[in-house]
Design a protein around this ligand. Structure first.
Ligand code: CP3
Length: 341
């Protein structure tokens, strides 16, 4: 059904001639054609207008020919749909004017009817699938409940997410109630996305690594596990936890099809910790895309040799940075396409 199914085959653990490649945050951030759209429409207008979201999604594919597309959207559409105000301030990032700080705040949070509240995402998926015309798979995504809680409680990005952690450690009951509401919303949302046509799903636990290993299990992983369970048999799930190498063992036993790895964990260690049998995705240091193209090519070849070409999806260890030269992205993608043992 899908012409280039390299990505789906890697998720199933099948033998391939070369690993598939896509980049986290490939849609929107560094492309001039994206910047042109960005000048005309604010962030949530871009997310909420299916014509714009689908166009931004296919822009990097047209330019570089990645093996999978990821829908242009944001993890913060979930709190928005839950009736929590989320603003995207230019040159600042997400800003939530009324952060959640106690049990009464949590009680006010809605578990919405996602079919209604997030219909614009489903329309964007359908339009994107038409534009992709069966060439490559489309990835849908959500933030992990913990990562969403981080923004809901902190109210903005943070180097430490100290207020989010304080909330969890001083009011655990309220924190778990909020995490469960986010989880229930996220499950309904991702199931709806599958119905709309996404071929795989990635859960971004961008701030999982802020937690100590035991707290990670309690405040993050158990909720991601619920999401993985709820999508079983529907589409493959990729669990990406930034800084979560310590949890790779539990993650590998979860039923997820693949695990994302960041660049602070070696390929060898990631294979060892994850038991050697599950598909891994990663883990080029996003800043390494600033190296000259020839150096990038050498390092990509080495990275594939280290992970092995099978059960492996080439990616960065986190999202692409906005200041990466276009020809360096091209060198990265082409190095994967030219790979041979
Ligand atoms: O490939 C893609 O880019 C698909 C779309 C996508 C966006 N956000 C668009 C976006 C995806 C997959 C995300 C995920 C996301 N959003 C995460 C998890 C991944 C990660 O990077 O850790 C997180 C933590 C967010 C929250 C968020 N949204 C932040 C912190 C910011 C500001 C900083 C920045 O530029 O990333 C955003 C805004 C945002 N989301 C932008 C884009 C293209 C930039 C704002 C703009 O274009 O005006």
């Amino acid at each position: 059904m899908i012409k280039n199914d390299l990505f789906l085959r890697a998720l199933r653990g099948e033998t391939v001639d070369r690993p598939p490649v896509w980049l986290m945050r490939q849609a929107g951030r560094y492309l001039p054609e994206f910047m042109a759209i960005r000048e005309k429409y604010d962030f949530f207008t871009r997310c909420q207008t299916p014509e714009l979201a689908s166009e931004i999604t296919v822009q990097p594919i047209r330019r570089y020919g990645m093996d999978a597309a990821i829908l242009f959207s944001d993890i913060l559409v979930i709190p928005q749909a839950m009736d929590i105000e989320v603003l995207m301030k230019p040159n600042f990032g997400p800003y939530l004017p009324e952060p959640i700080r106690n049990a009464a705040d949590v009680d006010k949070v809605q578990v919405p009817d996602v079919t209604q509240e997030l219909d614009y995402v489903m329309q964007a998926i359908k339009m994107t699938k038409e534009k992709l015309a069966g060439e490559i798979p489309l990835i849908g995504f959500a933030g992990s409940p913990w990562t969403i809680l981080c923004y809901c409680v902190q109210g903005q990005g943070s180097k430490t997410f100290d207020k989010a952690k304080e909330f969890c450690f001083t009011q655990p009951e309220a924190a778990h109630k909020l995490l469960q509401k986010i989880t229930d919303t996220t499950i309904a949302y991702l199931q709806e996305k599958v119905g709309a046509g996404v071929d795989a799903v990635q859960v971004f636990d961008s701030w999982g690594g802020m937690l100590a290993p035991d707290d990670y299990q309690v405040f993050s992983w158990q909720y991601i596990q619920q999401i993985v369970d709820a999508l079983k048999g529907l589409v493959p799930v990729i669990a990406f936890g930034k800084g979560c190498w310590f949890a790779l063992k539990e993650m590998s036993q979860s039923g997820a099809s693949a695990l994302g790895v960041d660049w602070t964990c070696s390929a060898r260690n990631a294979r060892y910790l994850s038991g050697g049998n599950i598909t891994l995705q990663g883990n080029f240091d996003p800043s390494r895309l600033l190296s000259p193209p020839e150096e990038i090519k050498k390092r990509v070849k080495r990275m594939i040799d280290e992970f092995g070409k099978d059960k492996y999806i080439v990616n960065l260890g986190h999202g692409i940075l906005p200041n990466i030269p276009l020809e360096n992205v091209e060198a990265f993608i082409n190095a994967v396409k030219e790979y041979h043992e």
